[in-house]
Every structure is written in C-alpha cells, then in structure tokens.
Design a protein around this ligand. Structure first.
Ligand SMILES: Cc1cc2nc3c(=O)[nH]c(=O)nc-3n(C[C@H](O)[C@H](O)[C@H](O)COP(=O)(O)OP(=O)(O)OC[C@H]3O[C@@H](n4cnc5c(N)ncnc54)[C@H](O)[C@@H]3O)c2cc1C
Length: 508
C-alpha cells in the first residue's frame, strides 16, 4: 500500500466542479460513481480494498492476503468488528462438521441442503446454497484454523446456549413443516464464550488473523463512492477520513463488506416498510447501507431489499410455547414452537405486524420478562376476546378446536411438537401483545447487491462489473425471509466473504 502524501485529498467540491453535473443518487450522501477521469492522482494505493471490518470484510481480507495481494481494510467507525462483533457469533454449518461428529450428531450435506432450500424462501439461488452446504464442513475447519475456538458440547435448548455449549438447534429444524422436509440436525455452531459474546470471540480471532497476515486496517475511514473507468471497471474508492476526501486505488479489486442498512431509516422506510415498523433496529450504527448504495451508484443490481430478520423472542422459557399465538381475527397462523425468526416473519410480513400470545396458568411468561406486555386478563377466553375486540366468538372457537385436538396430542393445523402441546386449561388467561411496534421486536436487513458465487457484483443486465465484489449483508446472500435459522447470516458472510476476497486477491 502506498500513501502519497504529496497529493492532497481532492475535496468533493473540486471533484464536482471537474465532473460537471453528477447524477442524483439514492439515499446516502456520497453514493453514485466517480468517473476515473475526475481523479488526478491516487492518494493511496493497494491491491485489494475492503470496505468494512465485520465478518465478511475480515474473511475477505484474510483470503485476499493469503492469495498474495496487498490488502487494506477501511472501517467507517472507530472500532472494528461491525454487527458481527455484536452478534452471538452463531455460524450455520453442517453436513458432518468436526464439531457435529465430536458430539455424536449425524448430518449430511443433502439434509442440510434440503433444509435451507426447502424450508427457506425461494429466492437465494440453489447453486449458492449447494456450494455453501458442500463446503460447510471445510469452512468450519477453516474458522478453527483462524483461531476461533469451540467446545464439543451440545445444548438441547432452543436459544443460543449461555453455558459454553457450542452446538444447538439454532433454527426451525424440529418444527413442522421443516422436520418433514429435512432430517433435523443441530447446526448452530457457537464460539466457546460465556453469555452472548460469541460474536466478539469470533471477530477477535478473525481480526487478529487479518493483522497477523499483514493486511492493513484503518478505522475512521468511510467509503463514499466507487471510482469507475469509462469501460465500467471499478478502479478504486473515494473515501472520507476526518473530513478529508481521499482516493484509494485498488489494483485488483474492491470488496464491499459494509453490512446492512437497518440504521438508515430512510432506506428502511422506502425498501422494507415491514422492518421499519419493528421496534428495535438491530445492528451496529455503521449499518447505513453505504456499500449497497455505492454499488448501485456504479450500476449494480440490488435484490430482495424488502427482506430481513424480524424477531419476536418468545422464549426462553420454552414453556410459553404451550400457549397459542393468534392474529387480529383470533386465529392461529403459525406453529408456535417454530424458530422465533419464522414467527417474527409471519407476524411482520403476513399479519400486518399484529399478534398476541394467549397463555393459561401453566404457560405464563416469567414475571420479570419485559419483551412483551400483558394487555388483557380474564377468567375465561371470552373475557380476553372482548378486551381485544376480536370478531365475536373467533378466539373461543380457536381455543375450543385447539384444546379438542391437543387432548389427543394432536395439532392438525400446525403440528406443534408433542412436548409443547396440551390444552389451555386454567385461568388466569392472559393476552400478551406481540405486535411489531409494541413488543421487543428487533429487525435487521437482508437485501443487498446481486452477486455471483465468487462475490462478483452483477448489474441489471446480468453482467459482471469488473473489479467489484460484495459479501455479507452488502450482498443478497443466503439469508432471506423467512429467516429459518440463526447463523445463516454470519455463516454466509464468512463463507462468501472468503470467496470474494480470494477472487479479488487472485486477479493478476
Ligand atoms: C445482537 C445481534 C445478534 C446477532 N446474532 C447473529 C448470530 O448469532 N448469527 C448470525 O448469523 N447473525 C447474527 N446477527 C446478524 C449478523 O450479526 C449480521 O447480519 C452480520 O454480522 C453481518 O456481517 P457483515 O460482515 O455483512 O456486516 P458487519 O459485521 O456489520 O460489518 C460491516 C462493517 O462495515 C462498516 N461500514 C459500513 N459502511 C462503511 C463504509 N462506507 N466505509 C467503511 N466501513 C463501513 C460498518 O461500520 C461495519 O463495521 C446478529 C445481529 C445482532 C445485531
């Protein structure tokens, strides 16, 4: 990397003057592409420039460096790690990983593929899913080689293990219809950590590796616009650092790894109004969609921008799932024992953001929880129905039907698992508001740039934009709606981040 100190950073005003009119951009100031002709001389030079220091960026940097490229990672915030470092660090892996084998879990690539492709939404290309599944076991080994530690212990709970276990059922594998589509296996791989600090542990290891390999990391530098040649090739990036505009040449390629856009409220409102209504934007403050807008500014296509992770954390404890969840018509609409990402998706996208958990004496949430609040209470189900203003008789019919079958451990509609299925049987009955704007209802985005198997960014005509790669939540990857398992986002970011970095680094 070369720092040409004799070349003062071009100020935006100067650039605009030299360019003439610049096309209006999408939402973020600075998006749109900068013609290479407007760049006098580069302020900094490197082979591969990575925008963003989360899981996708770190993995891209490691692979690009391993391929022999000079690598610079720039991060807009003062701290490295992104949302990945805030996360639980769960990576969705399977097909017989070393950890699965160590705890006696049987799994196969085919079952994992069946789960992701058959249970999840239709949109992620099957070839991406296939590639991910076929290489999942080797990818897990690679994470271990980078220094991420795991404990060979299996948790049987439905939530991220808090006692150091490293493997659990992180998705809806055991719920219907998933369990009929693919043989269930626990695939949530969690770094050995206490509490919810798995993401920090993961990112500490990956970022240490980035540094050890000799890649440069620079905080407080924000990618603003791609610099594009007349033939459409991406040559570098215009960045801002402490109020100064600088241009960085990327001789082999630029990897956009700037995360999602949940904190760019204008973008969320326009692209993903269902997520806009959710009560908690979930992610680090750098999730401004800048990478996505930079790509769009250079002609990239963006896919599935309305999709995201809308979560209603009903459990733990799992005993609340013995209650039922109903919509504004007083009707059930989903298996309550599914993964809370699937439940959240059903509420946010398919029930206009409104739902209630109905509990009896034995299924009440613990007194101290405040994820959602009790909004009706009574000695009969009818009492609740009146207070909630449901259509007359609807909730009573729902509960009568549910109870009649639950007595025989049957749930003809949604096949709730037997261990959580019993009739609602005794007062006090309560209704808890699970609506997206009333409950603790975190959300983050999944939409991003259209990419190929190696992270190459694709334009609206299906053509690859030379010199440009994207990964993680800057790309439209494996996570979609509904989000069927924790770990698909960090799994996708690490796996496809590596591929993007390797492809960019290998360009001669
Ligand atoms: C509390 C929480 C828990 C979660 N747990 C899990 C989990 O266990 N498993 C899972 O799969 N998913 C989880 N997720 C989701 C997951 O963390 C993210 O989807 C994933 O980490 C995104 O990775 P990334 O590398 O694409 O982006 P990030 O990790 O967000 O990294 C992007 C980085 O780019 C920087 N950046 C942005 N724009 C620019 C710019 N213009 N110039 C320079 N830098 C820029 C950002 O500041 C950020 O540091 C969780 C999310 C949250 C909030």
């Amino acid at each position: 990397m070369t720092d040409s100190s004799d070349s003062p950073g071009l100020r935006r005003r100067d650039l605009l003057a030299r360019m003439g009119a610049v096309a209006a951009t999408t939402f973020a100031a600075g998006a749109g592409a900068l013609p290479a002709a407007a760049v006098g001389s580069w302020d900094i030079r490197t082979d591969v420039l990575v925008i963003g220091s989360g899981a996708a960026g770190a993995c891209a940097a490691i692979e690009a460096r391993t391929a022999g490229a000079e690598v610079l990672v720039v991060e807009s915030l003062p701290l490295f790690g992104g949302s990945s470092a805030m996360s639980a660090g769960v990576v969705y892996a399977g097909g017989g990983t070393a950890l699965q084998r160590a705890v006696g879990v049987e799994d196969s690539v085919e079952e994992m593929f069946r789960f992701i492709s058959g249970v999840g939404g239709k949109h992620p290309p099957l070839e991406k899913i296939r590639l991910y599944c076929e290489n999942s076991s080797a990818h897990f080994d690679w994470l271990v080689e980078q220094g991420v530690r795991y404990q060979p212990r299996l948790s049987t709970g439905m939530s991220v293990p808090l006692d150091g276990e490293s493997l659990y059922f992180s998705g809806c594998e055991l719920a219907w219809p998933a369990r009929d589509i693919a043989r269930p296996a626990p695939r949530g791989h969690v770094p050995a950590a206490s509490g919810m600090t798995g993401g920090r542990v993961l990112m500490e290891a990956l970022l240490a590796r980035v540094g050890a390999l000799g890649a440069q990391l620079r905080a407080g530098v924000s990618g603003e616009r791609l610099v594009v040649a007349a033939d459409g090739r991406v040559l570098g990036v215009e960045v801002s650092e402490a109020g100064r505009r600088l241009t960085i040449q990327a001789r082999r390629g630029v990897v956009l790894a700037g995360g999602g856009f949940i904190h760019n409220r204008e973008m969320v409102r326009s692209y993903a109004p269902e997520l806009y209504d959710c009560s908690v934007p979930w992610g680090n403050v750098g999730d401004q969609g800048m990478g996505i807008n930079m790509g769009i500014g250079a002609g990239a296509a963006a896919l599935r921008m309305h999709q995201g992770f809308a979560i209603v954390p009903l459990y733990p404890p799992e005993s609340v799932l013995m209650g039922i969840v109903v919509n504004a018509f007083g009707q059930r609409f989903v298996a309550e024992d599914t993964y809370y990402g699937v439940l959240g998706d059903a509420i946010a996208y398919h029930q206009q953001g409104r739902a209630w958990l109905i509990t009896d004496r034995g299924s009440e949430p613990p007194v101290l929880q405040d994820n959602f609040l009790s909004v009706a209470e009574g000695n009969t189900i009818g009492d609740l129905a009146v207070q909630l203003d449901f259509p007359r008789g609807a909730l009573q019919d729902t509960v009568a039907y549910y109870n009649r079958h639950a007595r025989n451990t049957e749930d003809p509609l949604f096949r709730k698992r037997a261990s959580l299925l019993r009739p609602l049987q005794g007062p006090p009955y309560r209704a808890w508001d699970l609506s997206v704007d009333k409950a603790f209802f975190p959300a983050h985005t999944f939409g991003g740039l259209h990419t190929g198997l190696d992270g190459e960014v694709i334009n609206s005509f299906g053509e690859v934009i030379p010199g440009l790669y994207a990964a993680g939540r800057n790309s439209a990857g494996l996570p979609g709606a509904p989000y069927i398992a924790s770990g698909l986002s960090v799994g996708d970011a690490t796996f496809f981040g590596r591929r993007a970095g390797r492809a960019a680094g290998a360009v001669a």
